[in-house]
Design a protein around this ligand. Structure first.
Ligand code: C2E
Ligand code: MG
Ligand code: MG
Length: 674
């Protein structure tokens, strides 16, 4: 509805018109009544005067009426000519018939005997009839009817009426003049309200208050309207809170993050100013949630949210983007220094364990960052690139940060494609196991094999587990692959036992996501039972990443249950993680696998040799068997032997090979050594 229509049909206009009509009506009615009364009085006065004359003439003609002498009567009546206004006279006999008539012919027919004519009769005909009895000797002889012209009165009456109408119009105009300010007082606030409501609909800006001009109903209306605006503002605020804030942490949410990023991008100066968009997520958060429950998970998220807020520079925005993902926007320059400094602070803070519901947890965060607009020109680019960078960081291990680089885009596309194909790998029998022998250094006998999964894709060829296991971990179906490997390896170990009678131990790699899934211990138990394999002939290889984001106690209880099954537990890739002795001594590991990086070229570096020696000693003091991985040369083999390592697994003995080959080699070596 436009403003024009409001005015035309406006309340002010309508009230004004109504008032004008009312005033005109009132003046017309009152003035009409007065003039009718006035004219009536004048007519009656005239009538009374004529009545006097009539009585005089009635007695003058009484004798002639008795004798019915018409000419004598006419003679008498003729002198009525001198009486002003009388225009006709008729004498009726006692029988009512006219005896003599004088005056205007036209009037004669209506010269009936009228005793009391109405005002409207007199006015409409313009004449007043007067009838008086003609009496002689006490008896009524007849009636004299005189008719008087009152057209002058009639003219007066209409003139008065015209004057009244003119006066009433004048009065109405005058009244309007006087009433306008009063009307304004009533109508203005209402019109203002109307306009405000219309403006509100357009601007959606409810942060206004209308001034209250009066204490009357319109004032109350304005006050109530202001109250309504206040309610709308309140509701708006709580809607904003819901739409743009995360209820758990109280931080801005993803929508707010995107909006803020868009605003920051739009407001950037042309001086090379940048916004760093940073994505952070908690390493191993899903497993943490599974192990300790949602309440602990919530407490961790709140804790992380407040640490991020504390560690971010002024002018930064910290948001919870969903799940365990947080986002930070930092004003930056082209060198990305502000983002790097922020991330350094954050990582440093998490070196300290955090206390959640009485538990000490070591958390790490993986982070990805991109600079907008230099690398990411739009909001959606920035969101995608920080995500890609975070993925790249996660691949490097826990607690790492990465900046977006163009190549990451392609990597992700390939990875997604690979994950799709991997899902059907088990069903399509594309997975197989290879086995790598483990040699006892004291006896040179083969005592066991590590089972290593292989994926033979019909078109992609052989895909390395180093590539597809991390993808399976990120896509959440590593447990399915792990389960298949476990059952397959147990069955193989049983076959060897049956075929050779030798207790070859089979080692199976277990991913953190797999071991922390509920029912893992029961599944190991079932795999052993189904294969009829003694627990001692199975070794589970775990890496230090199972401790990421979990309490020591939680992991220990699972490992304790596993070792109660008689299963061996090996700590894989030792030396690449945080390699904490404090952890190791509290956990039931009975094997330590030294990572290949310490073994390769160990003989050329004195320092490395010393590290190896102390790892061996330390492991032995904890009563652990030491397995050295990745020995490729005889020299390395000899050194490991000299350092007192218990077993070796490396290309120098054999590459991972299919089961029959692995067994053939083992049997060959064992019988030679025997
Ligand atoms: P890992 O458990 O440390 O396995 C040892 C890896 O080192 C194997 O690589 C093996 O082929 C390689 N290796 C052994 N000796 C030598 C050597 O002398 N020189 C060199 N250059 N390499 C050697 P592979 O088979 O590619 O496996 C890589 C990683 O994939 C494994 O590291 C393990 O973490 C993971 N993986 C393999 N199979 C499985 C599985 O069934 N489940 C899970 N969760 N992870 C697996
Ligand atoms: Mg391994
Ligand atoms: Mg290893």
């Amino acid at each position: 509805m436009g403003l024009r229509t409001v005015r035309k049909k406006g309340i002010g206009n309508r009230v004004a018109r109504l008032m004008a009509v009312a005033v005109i009506l009132a003046v017309v009615v009152v003035a009409g009544l007065i003039s009718v009364y006035d004219a009536n009085v004048a007519a009656q006065q005239k009538r009374a005067a004529v009545e006097g004359t009539a009585y005089v003439f009635a007695s003058a003609v009484a004798d002639h009426v008795a004798t019915r002498d018409a000419s004598a009567i006419r003679t008498v009546l003729r002198s009525l000519d001198r009486v002003p206004g009388v225009i006709s006279a008729t004498v009726h006999g006692a029988d009512g018939k006219a005896i003599a008539t004088l005056g205007q012919k036209a009037l004669l027919t209506s010269d009936v005997i009228v005793t009391d004519p109405s005002f409207f009769d007199m006015m409409s005909k313009g004449i007043v009839p007067v009838s008086v009895d003609i009496i002689k000797g006490g008896a009524v002889q007849g009636t004299l009817v005189l008719t008087t012209d009152i057209s002058d009165l009639r003219q007066d009456f209409f003139q008065t009426m015209m004057a009244v109408v003119a006066a009433s119009l004048l009065a109405a105009a005058f009244a309007m003049l006087l009433l306008t300010p009063l009307l304004r007082k009533i109508v203005d606030p209402i019109q203002k309200l109307t306009r405000s409501v219309q403006d509100l609909r357009v601007s959606q800006n409810y942060a206004v208050t209308l001034p209250r001009a009066s204490d009357d109903e319109t004032g109350i209306l304005v006050e109530n309207f202001n109250g309504l605006l206040h309610d709308i503002r309140d509701r708006d605020q709580s809607l904003q809170q819901l739409a743009y804030f995360d209820t758990l942490t109280g931080l801005p949410n993803r929508a707010a993050f995107q909006r803020d990023l868009a605003e920051r991008l739009a407001g950037l100066q042309q001086d090379g100013s940048q916004v760093a968009a940073i994505l952070l997520d908690i390493d191993g958060f899903r497993a943490l949630n599974n192990a300790f429950g949602l309440a602990a998970g919530d407490a961790i998220l709140q804790h992380v949210g407040s640490i991020l807020t504390e560690q971010s520079p002024p002018g930064a925005l910290v948001a919870r983007l969903g799940g365990d993902e947080f986002g930070i926007l930092v004003p930056d320059r082209l060198d990305g220094e502000a983002a790097m400094a922020t991330l350094a602070h954050i990582h440093a803070t998490f070196y300290q364990p955090i206390n959640v519901n009485g538990m000490e947890l070591h958390l790490t965060l993986s982070a990805g960052a991109t600079l907008a607009p230099v690398h990411a020109p739009t909001v959606s680019d920035a969101l995608r690139f920080m995500d890609l960078a975070a993925n790249a960081a996660r691949k490097q291990g826990a607690g790492r940060s990465a900046f977006f680089r163009q190549e990451m885009d392609e990597t992700l596309r390939k990875e997604t494609e690979l994950a799709q194909r991997l899902r059907s790998a088990i069903d399509n029998n594309e997975l197989t196991l290879h086995f790598q022998p483990q040699q006892q250094l004291s006896s040179w006998q083969i005592v066991g094999f590590e089972a290593l999964v292989r994926w033979n894709h019909p078109t992609l060829g052989t895909v390395s587990p180093a590539l597809f296991i991390p993808i399976a971990e990120r896509s959440g179906f590593v447990a399915a692959i792990g389960d298949w490997v476990l059952r397959e390896a147990c069955a193989q170990a049983r076959t060897w036992l049956d075929e050779t009678g030798r207790p070859y131990v089979v080692a199976v790699n277990v991913s953190p996501a797999q071991i922390l899934q509920s029912g893992f211990v029961r599944r190991v138990e079932a795999a052993l039972a189904d294969a009829r394999l003694p627990g001692e002939l199975l070794c589970l290889e775990l890496t230090e990443s199972i401790f990421l984001g979990r309490s020591l106690g939680g992991v220990r209880s699972i490992l304790d249950e596993l070792s109660q099954l008689g299963v061996n537990l090996a700590l894989d890739d030792f030396g690449t993680g945080f390699s904490s002795l404090a952890y190791l001594s509290q956990l039931p590991f009975n094997k330590l696998k030294i990572d290949r990086s310490f073994v390769t070229a160990s003989q050329t570096s004195v320092k490395r040799t010393e590290i190896l020696r102390s790892i061996v000693q330390m492991a032995h003091s904890l009563e652990m068997t030491v397995v050295a991985e990745g020995a490729e040369t005889q020299a390395e083999l000899q050194l490991l032997h000299d350092l007192g390592a218990d077993q070796v697994q490396g290309f120098v003995v054999s590459k991972p090979v299919p089961a029959p080959q692995a067994l053939a080699l083992a049997e060959h070596l064992n019988s030679a050594a025997a």
